[in-house]
Design a protein around this ligand. Structure first.
Ligand code: FES
Length: 156
């Protein structure tokens, strides 16, 4: 067998192609120092993402997650839909805007009962969205969700 593949040219092409195709995703998945601009919709997150409704802000109807995706006492950020879904206690689901009220970054995670913004360290209660730690001074905006047959949907 003959290898026609030219490492120099092909490798460059592959790298450029990967950057072009995955540029936004890579920027959003970088983690610690990425400044999530509110309009970027760049945080693709993990495999738990629901359908890509591409709703700007927190509008749009559609299934965000299965109830089993949301841990009791925790929650998940669905950056594409601009929403954080939490389950403070069993079968009590809450929805909040994922847009931090400080400067508009997308919050990144829910841990230890708080929703964390990676930009300047604000933390919000996973139960009611209230500010637990600044610099944010306003709570996360509630988002209307419904839970039906194990599916969590966003209401417009
Ligand atoms: Fe969230 Fe500044 S934008 S803490």
């Amino acid at each position: 067998m003959r290898a026609d593949w030219t490492p120099t040219t092909s490798r460059r092409g592959v790298l450029l192609g990967a950057a072009a195709v995955g540029g936004l995703s890579l920027a959003g998945c970088g983690g610690s120092t990425t400044q999530n601009h509110p309009d970027s919709n760049s945080n693709q997150g993990g495999p738990e993402h629901g359908p890509r409704t591409r709703a700007p802000g927190e509008g749009g109807a559609g299934v965000v997650a299965q109830t089993t995706d949301i841990p009791v006492g925790g929650g998940k950020v669905f950056a594409d839909q601009g929403v954080v879904v939490t389950q403070p206690t069993a079968n009590d689901f809450k929805g909040f805007s994922a847009r931090c009220t400080h400067a508009g970054c997308t919050v990144s995670k829910v841990e230890n009962g708080v929703i964390v913004c990676p930009c300047h360290g604000s933390r919000f209660s996973a139960t009611d969205g209230s500010v637990k730690q600044g610099p944010a001074t306003q709570p996360l905006k509630p988002t209307n969700i419904t839970v039906d047959a194990g599916q969590i949907r966003l209401l417009a």
